[in-house]
Design a binder for this molecule. Structure first.
Ligand code: GDG
Length: 470
């Protein structure tokens, strides 16, 4: 008789502030709409392949539910939390304190947000409780991003199940000197150290983390192996740059609809060369600096006026926060300033679009663009850079900020200092003049890099590290 041993398959539970969809009210009905943004654009296809449970905070509508079956391979549920607490957790502590300091933009950080620590902690506790209530032995819990720094330790202290806990940080990790500006920096580090395995986009962010743990908590860190001995437990860390899902991009790129749409973008613009910028309208993305670089280019090269234009897609984000309202106004003033200076009846130098776009159109836009101008002042990775590379079939030039995590991988891009307008202006000139053969050569190399480390590869490596963590 054959004996069949049943293994309990480990289930994947992921935690993130943002869920895969949001509810939007339309004619007194709730419509489900896919969320955009870097984290969702990678995790949604991943969960659709692997299955599991996705736990998020309620979206703007405040609607919460334990579990919702979508026509996907995974289930999705939200924690419940009142509006006031969510505001303190999300708008204030996460986005007015952690976000600017972790992006080294101290002038945007608000010390007043320190008072929202209680709300931040409560939401992390609610996430931890909701996770523990559905946890089984051997499950893999994967916590995402800066909103949930405390969850790993809270989960560990609330369960006796033998689950593994992993954490991935989607934004940069700052130096210990900057981290210390947050009063609860040590609590943040202790929260993270509840994980068995922690992943970062780059070696630099990982090193900053190890250095902070050593300096602020006094734990022994091995910088070679990335291992920390934290109160008798071993925590492993590693640089694992995130990748994109190439299959849908390839499908969209090869469809005739996309090629027609790309052609339509070019016809709408009507100039010889098209530059594209695609970002959430966030001050870290350096949209204002980029526009200043573009303005200076037109000023210094009047023969290019009328021949080059730019589409800037600015996706609405964090619209309740004052810094974002001010930034939006500054960007729009700058667009108007350029268009009044150089525009004419038949020429709009900057076509600014404050909207989200269907993904198919976005790929067509990348395809249509001769140059992608991506100049964040600081960025964990920047997936737009990788998507642009994956969408090009015949040349194209990537101008990329040195301060984006993607610069560590996409070495053939024209790298710029986003704080230096001259550097952006020079890069635009170089890109406009780059011979086709050189473009193709550089693009092919970057395409290999993007293919080699795609979303599946990234997720498999993370989950394998997590499963094998001691
Ligand atoms: C965080 C980190 C890190 C944009 N507009 C539309 C749209 N998008 C999609 C893009 C891309 C994503 O959003 C943006 O990715 P980023 O990487 O630029 O950005 P963040 O949202 O800041 O994400 C970042 C990322 O996490 C992943 O770890 O790279 O550094 O800040 O995928 O395609 N998608 C659609 N319509 C749009 O209008 N459908």
């Amino acid at each position: 008789m054959t004996r069949v041993t049943m293994f309990h398959m480990s289930n994947l539970i992921i935690l993130s502030n943002r869920g895969p969809y949001r509810f939007r009210s339309q004619s007194r009905q709730d419509i489900l709409e896919k969320c955009s943004g870097g984290l969702v654009s990678v995790l949604e296809p991943l969960m659709n392949q692997k299955g599991g449970f996705w736990l998020s905070a309620p979206c703007e509508s405040g609607k919460s539910f334990n579990s919702c079956s979508l026509s996907t391979k995974y289930n999705w549920g939200t924690i419940s939390c009142d509006k006031e607490t969510h505001k303190g957790f999300y708008d204030s502590y996460s986005n007015q304190l952690i976000w600017p300091i972790f992006h080294s933009m101290l002038n945007k950080s608000s010390t007043a947000a320190e008072s929202s620590w209680g709300a931040y902690k409560r939401v992390n506790q609610t996430f931890a409780q909701a996770t523990c209530s559905r946890l089984n032995h051997n499950d893999l819990v994967w916590v995402h991003d800066y909103h949930l720094f405390l969850s790993p330790q809270l989960i560990r202290s609330e369960t006796n199940k033998s689950a593994k806990i992993g954490f991935f940080l989607h934004i940069p990790f700052p130096s210990a000197e900057l981290l210390k500006l947050i009063s609860h920096a040590k609590d943040i580090l202790h929260g993270l150290l509840g994980s068995d395995f922690i992943g970062f986009h780059t070696k630099d962010y990982q090193t900053n983390f190890l250095d902070s743990v050593q300096k602020l908590l006094g734990y022994a860190c091995d910088f070679e192996t990335g291992t920390i001995l934290a109160g008798g437990r071993q925590v492993k860390t590693k640089a694992l740059p995130i990748g994109i899902d190439l299959n849908p991009i390839q499908r969209i790129v090869n469809s005739t609809n996309t090629q027609e749409r790309a052609e339509a973008f070019r016809n709408e613009i009507g100039t010889e060369k098209l530059v594209v910028g695609v970002d959430r309208l966030d001050y870290t993305k350096g949209i204002l600096n980029r526009l200043q670089g573009f303005e200076q280019y037109l000023k210094q090269n009047p023969d290019w006026v009328g021949k080059v234009s730019m589409i800037q897609l600015a996706v609405p984000t964090r619209t309740q926060i004052d810094e974002y309202k001010t930034y939006k106004q500054q960007v729009e003033n700058q667009v108007q300033h350029i268009n009044t200076q150089f525009g004419s009846k038949n020429y709009t130098p900057v076509d600014y679009r404050y909207q989200t776009m269907p993904f198919n159109d976005l790929i067509a836009l990348y395809q249509a663009a001769d140059i992608a101008l991506i100049t964040p002042l600081r960025d964990g990775m920047n997936l737009v850079a990788k998507e642009y590379v994956a969408s090009k079939q015949n040349g194209g030039v990537l101008i990329l900020s040195k301060l984006a995590g993607a610069a560590a991988e996409l070495k053939e891009a024209i790298l710029v200092n986003p704080y230096d307008t001259d550097s952006i202006t020079r890069a635009i000139g170089e890109a406009l003049k780059m011979p086709a053969a050189k473009q193709q050569h550089k693009m092919a190399k970057m395409q290999l890099t993007v293919q080699h480390n795609d979303m599946k590869n990234w997720a498999d490596r993370f989950l394998s590290e997590l499963s094998h963590a001691e």
